[in-house]
Every structure is written in structure tokens, then in C-alpha cells.
Design a binder for this molecule. Structure first.
Ligand code: GRF
Length: 218
């Protein structure tokens, strides 16, 4: 029997991070097996990508539950349990979670966030990073806790912020790193890694070494 950790990915939209997780987990040597992709949005593009990859795609439309957030989460939780899921990866899952779901999956639910937490929790992270004038930006995979984007980090990757960056250009640079970081973090979590900032930006992202003043040149 496979000893890989049964994992589900939760999405609400395009699913590019989900696709990077599926690609990594396609290798039998990867410690997590993606057994289902679930979405609260029935026509999320990521569900089609999952089906095309031969992975079960499950839609649990939150609109069917009206304002009853708890009932929607109960349905989601039951669907995860029914599939023997042990780890959950949120990847662009655009629902605020209640303490019920967070508690039920404590230490077993990961999220990817497009900033170097604790900087810029919440939305519009790239615009806010530009506005703040930071020189380094990036992404974080962390365990999910009740505070939004506050859980312990598993891994982070950094990118430089360059003078002509727009929100879109910077966002694309970060997204490319997300696609590397999330599989790495899932590998660590599936292997039982304790929550800790394990990966420094410079190790993960060679771009950082090329920043002016970082010793890589003039
Ligand atoms: C990513 O930027 C992720 O960091 C954030 O939501 C976005 C999802 O994009 N949580 P995708 O659906 O994975 O392409």
C-alpha cells in the first residue's frame, strides 16, 4: 500500500499553484499524493485542469448554503474525510474559514500567501508592496491558524522589487516563485516537518543574489 500522504487541494479560481502541486506529486517519489481538488466555485478553471490530469475534481458550491458558512464547511469537511485526506493545501481558496474547519485541520492545513509574511497579510499584496517601497517581496507557505495569514511559516521565497515594476509584473515574478515554493513546502509538511522558516530567500531564489549591493556585482 502507498505510504504517501493523502492530500487535497482547495481552490477558487485558475489553479496555477494547484497545477504545480499536481506536477510535483505526479512523481511516485513525492511524499504526498493529491487525491482530490475541491472548489467552492463550480466553474473554477482549476477543476478542469485537475480532471485533465486524472485527479478527482469536486465542486461544493458555497452559494447552495446561503449564509450558512458552517454548513458549507461541514460538507467540505465530510468530503475530505470521506476520501481519507490527511493534509489540505489551500491554493487561492477565497473563503474565510471558521474556527470549526481551522480547528479540525490544525497542523494539517497549508496556505500560500503572496507576500513575505508577516508583511502584507490580506489582499492586494503586490500593490501594497510597491506602495510601501520595499526592495524585497515574495511569498510564504504557512500552516493555517485562526488569525488570517498568521500561522507558522513553513517556507518563504523572495524576489527583488525592481524600479519599473507594476503590480502585474511584480505579481508574475512572485507567482513564478510560488510554483516552486508550494511543492517544496508540501514535501516538508508531508515529511512531518515542524513549522519553521526552513528556506531562506537567497537559497531558493537566485535572483536575490543579483540585487545591486548584494555582492553579486555593481
Ligand atoms: C496566488 O497568488 C496565491 O498566493 C493566492 O491566490 C493566488 C492563487 O492563484 N493565495 P492560483 O489560483 O494558484 O493561480
Amino acid at each position: 500500500m502507498s505510504t504517501r500522504v493523502r492530500t487535497a487541494v482547495l481552490i477558487s479560481g485558475r489553479g496555477s499553484n494547484m497545477a504545480s502541486l499536481l506536477a510535483a506529486a505526479a512523481s511516485p517519489a513525492f511524499p504526498a499524493e493529491i487525491v482530490a481538488v475541491m472548489s467552492n466555485v463550480p466553474d473554477a478553471r482549476g477543476l478542469d485542469l485537475a480532471r485533465a490530469a486524472g485527479v478527482e475534481a469536486v465542486a461544493i458550491d458555497h452559494r447552495r448554503f446561503g449564509r450558512d458558512r458552517a454548513a458549507h464547511e461541514a460538507a467540505l469537511h465530510a468530503a475530505l474525510e470521506a476520501r481519507g485526506v490527511r493534509l489540505v493545501c489551500l491554493a487561492g481558496y477565497m473563503r474565510l474559514l471558521t474556527p470549526f474547519l481551522v480547528g479540525a485541520w490544525e497542523g494539517r492545513m497549508l496556505n500560500i500567501h503572496p507576500s513575505l509574511l508577516p508583511a502584507f497579510p490580506g489582499l492586494h499584496t503586490h500593490a501594497r508592496a510597491l506602495q510601501a517601497g520595499v526592495k524585497i517581496h515574495g511569498c510564504t507557505v504557512h500552516y493555517v491558524t485562526e488569525g488570517m495569514d498568521e500561522g507558522p511559516a513553513i517556507a518563504q521565497a523572495a524576489v527583488p522589487v525592481l524600479p519599473d515594476d507594476t503590480e502585474e509584473i511584480l505579481g508574475a515574478r512572485v507567482l513564478a516563485q510560488e510554483h516552486v515554493l508550494y511543492p517544496l513546502a508540501l514535501r516538508l509538511a508531508a515529511g512531518g516537518a515542524a513549522a519553521a522558516p526552513l528556506a531562506s530567500a537567497a537559497l531558493l531564489n537566485p535572483d536575490v543574489r543579483d540585487l545591486p549591493g548584494s555582492g553579486g556585482g555593481s
